[in-house]
Design a protein around this ligand. Structure first.
Ligand SMILES: NC(=O)c1ccc[n+]([C@@H]2O[C@H](COP(=O)([O-])OP(=O)(O)OC[C@H]3O[C@@H](n4cnc5c(N)ncnc54)[C@H](O)[C@@H]3O)[C@@H](O)[C@H]2O)c1
Length: 298
């Protein structure tokens, strides 16, 4: 079993669901865990639970979309305990659905909601990386885990904004892995399927606190739903993340039953690779060389 003694793990969205489970899994292996979240009540409760298990931990209130929150939180936790060794950029929201269970289609979605999903799920990752990774580069070690989703590898109907944000999380992570590997820093991207969590409730809270119902009023959002017992336990995902960081795995896939759906997407892309739009033309080799991501060949 991997040992994370003397390691400081900083987890956003750490007060609930997958983030909290990562905290438990790293903490049970000796790490000092900082959970950061925008919801103060959930954060207090979560720290209580971790401490109750004997896990050394702290908490920070943080909105991942605010650069100032990141700067304050990172400087405070790094002086209170030790530099961050592992950053889990996990906070995120769903795009929501209607009370009747129907999806919110892109053509019906408000600009506010689209921007909110992208702000938390993508800009939040960027700000976390900018706040924490320069220190890792200076120290020549560290690991970043970005939580995407299977919706970052396939884009089902009714997931347009969410998939746009999670594809961005995957793309950002793929490029970042290539940028940081030469600096001794690992990057993993987590792409789970269904997991028991409070995502419906917490996404609804974020919507209410920021944009309200706005022009999405007519959508009649589903705002509360208990964790779906038919989906995977969050702790199973947390445990897998810990193993993946220990092994410096690139993609963290927890639900192999989706493999055929991912293959269908690859096959559709492959089928579209035909002849050059300009017969006889091909990009110069230097462009191809610059486009190659060696992280795919790890
Ligand atoms: N649950 C699933 O089925 C599933 C599947 C794939 C991916 N994911 C992803 O997993 C991540 C964690 O979600 P979860 O399912 O554990 O949900 P969750 O609601 O249990 O936890 C998400 C936490 O993120 C926090 N958060 C939201 N916006 C924030 C912000 N701006 N700043 C700081 N904290 C914020 C919430 O307060 C909440 O505590 C998300 O990125 C989600 O998209 C979830």
């Amino acid at each position: 079993m991997a040992d994370f003694n003397e390691q400081h793990v900083f987890i956003t969205g750490g007060a609930s669901g997958i983030g909290f489970a990562m905290g438990q899994a790293f903490g049970r292996r000796g790490a000092f865990v900082t959970i950061a979240d925008i919801n103060v009540d959930r954060l207090d409760e979560a720290v209580g639970k971790l401490s109750g298990e004997g896990i050394a931990c702290g908490a920070k209130v943080l909105d991942v979309t605010k650069a100032g929150d990141w700067a304050a939180a990172v400087s405070a936790v790094e002086s209170e305990s030790r530099p961050i060794d592992i950053l889990c950029n996990n906070a995120g929201i769903s795009q929501g659905s209607r009370k009747d269970g129907n999806a919110i289609m892109l053509a019906d979605m408000s600009e506010d909601l689209f921007r909110l999903v992208l702000d938390i799920n993508v800009v939040g990752l960027f700000l976390g990386i900018r706040a924490v990774v320069p220190g890792m580069i200076e120290r020549g070690r560290g690991h970043v885990v970005n939580t995407a989703s299977l919706a970052g590898l396939i884009a089902p109907r009714g997931f347009s904004a969410y998939s746009a944000s999670k594809f961005a999380a995957v793309g950002l992570s793929e490029s970042l892995r290539a940028e940081l590997s030469e600096k001794g820093i690992g990057v993993s991207v987590l792409c789970p399927g269904g997991v028991q969590s409070s995502l419906v409730n917490s996404s609804s809270e974020r919507r209410e606190d920021t944009i309200g119902q706005g022009s999405d009023q007519a959508a009649g959002f589903l705002s509360e739903r208990p964790a779906n017992p038919d989906t995977m336990l969050a702790i199973s995902v947390g445990e897998r993340v810990v193993e993946a960081v220990a092994a410096n795995d690139f993609y963290i896939l927890t639900h192999p039953e989706y493999a055929p759906l991912i293959e269908e997407r690859f096959a559709a892309i492959h089928k579209a690779i035909g002849t050059s739009a300009q017969p006889g033309y091909r990009d110069p080799q230097r462009l191809l060389d610059a486009s190659r991501n060696l992280a795919y060949l790890d």
